[in-house]
Design a protein around this ligand. Structure first.
Ligand code: MF3
Ligand code: CO
Ligand code: CO
Length: 261
């Protein structure tokens, strides 16, 4: 069942996603060679609680941490650990959720660690563009398949593959609500998008083949061919003419620009 949101509820979901967006920027400041993903998780948890919210993933289906930190060939759901130390040339998807005023935020960004290979930089650029292309379709009157088609088209025309098993979703009082929002699809198919729907669009795009496997911890998903995978996620409210984006990468981009200047 799709749960439609009022304008007031959408404002609360925006606040939750803005906090996640700020948390990702705070985490991003600390991403560097030699840093453990456990350390990043602690930074995120402290930041979230200091801002009056609660980590959204911690305890969700017994998930043990605040962040999902997925390095290189890991697609999503990498569990932060003191054993995972970032190295120059890595890429890391950081996915974060909060609950505040009873509503979830859920936003993700893939960072580079120091300098990455050109092929990884390009994967990051195209995957972020895939998110943008999907968001452009999140308008009243279109269908979920239009979002997936746009994402898939941009990924595959650039030589990449789309993960099928993991999908975007509705967002609200629950982390995962209807409808599912696949990153592949056919135009004009699937549930109709209507004002009041809030969905997370989260392309998971692989440099190599689309197949995945699960790691022994029962959470981390990785590419079967061990080639890199990138992941970006925004929560958006479907609206007439133009999606209302509830997440932002502005805080992250500001921090990254400081590093590069
Ligand atoms: N954040 C993921 C998503 O984008 C879900 C993480 S569930 C967890 O939908 F349990 F791993 F945290
Ligand atoms: Co997420
Ligand atoms: Co999500």
């Amino acid at each position: 069942m799709i749960l439609y949101k009022t304008a007031e509820e959408i404002e609360l979901i925006r606040e939750s996603n803005q906090l996640v967006s700020k948390t990702l920027a705070e985490v991003g400041k600390h991403i560097a060679p030699g840093v453990s993903t456990e350390k990043l998780d602690q930074i995120a948890e402290t930041f979230i609680r200091d801002h009056g919210a609660v980590p959204g993933f911690l305890g969700y289906q017994a998930y043990p941490k605040t962040l999902c930190t997925s390095v290189n060939a890991q697609v999503v759901h990498g569990i932060p650990s003191h054993k995972v130390i970032l190295e120059e040339g890595d890429m890391i998807s950081v996915d974060c959720g909060v609950v505040m005023n009873e509503f979830y935020g859920d936003t993700a960004f893939s960072f580079q660690v120091g300098e990455v290979k050109d092929e990884v930089r390009r994967l990051l650029t195209i995957t972020r563009e895939c998110l943008q292309k999907g968001v452009e379709q999140a308008v009243e009157g279109k269908r979920v398949g239009d979002v997936g088609y746009a994402v898939q088209q941009h990924a595959e025309s650039n030589g990449y593959s789309v993960v099928r098993e993991m999908v975007g979703h509705g967002l609200g009082r629950h982390l995962h609500e209807a409808p599912e929002v696949p990153n592949y699809g056919r135009r004009g198919t699937g549930p109709k998008l209507k004002k009041g729907m809030v969905i997370c669009i989260e392309p998971m795009i692989n440099l190599g083949r689309r197949q995945i496997s699960q790691e022994a911890d029962g959470w981390a998903i990785r590419t079967a061919d061990n080639k890199p995978s990138a992941h970006f996620e925004w929560a958006v409210a479907v609206d007439k003419g133009k999606a209302d984006v509830l997440s932002t990468f502005d805080y992250i981009d500001k921090e990254l620009n400081k590093l590069n200047s």
